[in-house]
Write a protein that binds this ligand. Sequence first.
Ligand code: PMP
Length: 465
Amino acid sequence: MSQQAQYDSQAINQMDKDHHLHPWQIFDVFREEGALAIARGEGCYIYDTDGKRYFDSVGGLWCNNIGLGRKEMAEAIAAQAYEMSYASPFVDLTNVPAAKLAAKLAELAPGPLNHVFFTCGGSTAVDTAFRMIHYYQNCRGKHEKKHIISRMNSYHGSTYAAMSIGGKPGDHPPEFEYISDTIHHLSYPNYYRCAADGQSETEFVDALVKEFEDKIAELGADKVAAFFAEPIMGAGGVIVAPEGYLKRMYEVCKQNDILFVADEVVTAFGRLGHWFASESEFGIVPDMITSAKGLTSGYQPLGALLFSDEIWDVLNEEDSGRCFAHGFTYSGHPVACAAALKNIEILEKEKLLENVMEVGPYFEQQLKTLEDLPIVGQVRGRKFMVCVEYVANKETKALFPEEQDIGKRVSNHADELGLITRAIVHLNVMSPPLTMSKADVDFVVSTLRKSIELTIEDLKQEGLL
Ligand code: PMP
């Protein structure tokens, strides 16, 4: 363990406040409160600049799969930076880690997904998918196939195209512009919130599939290029669709010559106990998979778009004179690829996917016990990807007014008790490192219970409950 460094927390916060625009910065709140500065990490724990320790149940941002502060990762990164810190990936140059990682990903991915395009993260993987879809359809002579269908409340990243594909209303404020003529959003499969009174899960899925078929009929199947879906919606509130939904949406795609893009930026590399969740957890083999986050466990920024032999064969058609004019200076960055290779080696060597299979159901089961609390409407998710939804009334499922920021109230108490959870309006989401043990689960669940109980007391004192 490294010695706790001495930091001037106040000076760091001031520099940050004055010069650092944060992703999703809420200006009025940030101006008053600033940010919690994190100085170091070890395993599942992070330490702020005053040395206070927290269990990070969010795994950074759904990305810290192997845990923080690993010496072997630092060594692999340093060794690669020394050997070859950068080599252009353009046209006819490559580097050793990029070639090895592409082959390793092809080995781990479902059957025909044997080809990889490296990006800087998840958003650029989604953006690359978006451009490759158009390129592929045009190469096939399907020039009209331009429309993209995704779901409300989905999150696919923060570039112009990725944000337009995403469907979280909160991420679409009117001050920004979005692609709206060729991108369409269907209802999302949240049975708890969106099913009609008395509607069974099967009827709910039937209605969602019909909505998809109707949208295709309205646009014309010859005009729809692709469907994007996270196997489990993450930032949109950890939505696990009812049984059979994903497979039926996939079948509709196949019947209509529509590419199925599984956005596995969160769900891959072990979060659900598999290298990729689409096939192993949901029984589908997508045409494309976007990934990032757990690919390096956040030790380096890297994303990867995996795509099928069928798409490759069109791009790679002999004597077509084609050139896929797309790429980033840091595509296949050697240091990032070396980090990914070491990360995958650790996931394999320490059997962390197996740990998720063993501890995941215990985590789900223990968290479920929180449903006895008067403001917990639903605990949902799978294995190491879970969330708690708060309600003002359990019978009617009525939410607290947004300005009461209920998720934040709970996570503020959790912070004080040494637990980091992520508040998204009326939710707390968790995606811990895959090293989490059953004893860690007990700490997380009991601390969250305490934090919710303290929040209930506050709400009562303020006359809000
Ligand atoms: N897709 C999904 C499903 C995500 O959850 C995210 C990030 N949370 C992204 C894409 C974008 O990834 P990045 O932030 O690495 O660009």
